[in-house]
Design a protein around this ligand. Sequence first.
Ligand code: AMP
Length: 421
Amino acid sequence: MSKGIQSVKGMNDLLPEDSGVWQFVETTIRATAAAYGYREIRTPIPERTELFKRGIGEATDIVEKEMFTWEDRGGDNLTLRPEMTASCVRAGIQHGLFHNQTQRIWYMGPMFRRERPQRGRYRQFHQFGIEAFGWTGAEIDAEVIVFGSRLWKALGITDIALELNTLGSDDTRAKYRDSLVAYLTEHQDVLDEDSQRRLKINPMRVLDSKNPAMQEMIEGAPSIIEFLDVDARSHFDALANYLAKVDIAFKVSPRLVRGLDYYTSTVFEWTTDKLGAQSAVCGGGRYDGLVESLGGRSTPGCGFALGMERLIELVKQSNPDLTGATPDVFVVNIGDSARTAAFGVSEQLREAGMSVVFAAGGGGIKSQMKQADRSGAAFAVILGDEEVANGTVAIKPLTTGEEQQTVPQEELQLALQKRLQ
Ligand code: AMP
């Protein structure tokens, strides 16, 4: 037998048995966003390729080799978004969201990167992210970080740690760049092909390399911390102070530069050792130059993006028993006239606000009770011809082991409501 048409490599289906956990996480995310006063933004999945080239940076892995890009029939060069910060900025400029106002926004949805698929790394994956536009102070960097921490708490995740760094001011980065280029040039023999190229275009990206053969050399590279000016230092200290105020622990990682070019000043990553090689769950930082570089008025920004697949894997590990929503009632019907009556009863119970699964297709009592158990419902409501003739109905608790009870049909709704409280 043919296997039929398969999904595209690295792009996965979310099956019904898993959607409950996703919905739980999505609901928790929405509630957390509301708790901090962030509002949702939705932007189109394709954008002009130019947006990501200018926004993310030409010398990044994403732009160099991972984008799903094509020329549209009309001749436009389009790309499936590989991340959403650039789209948020594009939309913000287009709709005047940054004019004389601040914005706290969030987004959630699919992103596309043509990476080598493996556990925790897909070609279509999902991100949730927040962006705060219009504030320069370290309190907003702290808020963005604390938001993440609150979310982990709400989801019951504990095995996650914060790494923090600062890329300083433009001046800091220029001085650091010179010193780094000198160091990397000294160690050119260890640099792989990618890094040789980056040394010329964007040397800080070399620190991002995961090549094991280069790790020792990267460890020995100069640290940006030594180049920070007074402003950058005081911003970093203020951030550390806010985090201490709310008991958020962190480790300073001087070589954390993040894979996108738009970051300035604060950068951070939440990592875990529970997901094998893909340890980064959430990354973010400040990007004060991005709005201007995409054609808007100079506007500071700060945010993060987290990988939903990795987050959900962590949630599943911490709460193995987590399931999706289950129905209140499963309606069993034995015989033709009972089926019609039971169909009406199901609709009445839904009218009263209960979630009800009707045993469509009927069948024997045994097979229907098996379906009832599998549905996860708290109660089975059973109607056979005898019950129809007597105007009664049986209620069988499915999760507590309590006895089945028969009640008059007109009392069914109240009886269930009492038990479901
Ligand atoms: P980035 O936009 O590269 O900073 O990524 C932010 C987060 O998105 C990462 O920490 C990961 O959790 C997640 N992520 C990035 N790329 C992928 C991918 N190809 N598959 C799954 N998750 C990803």
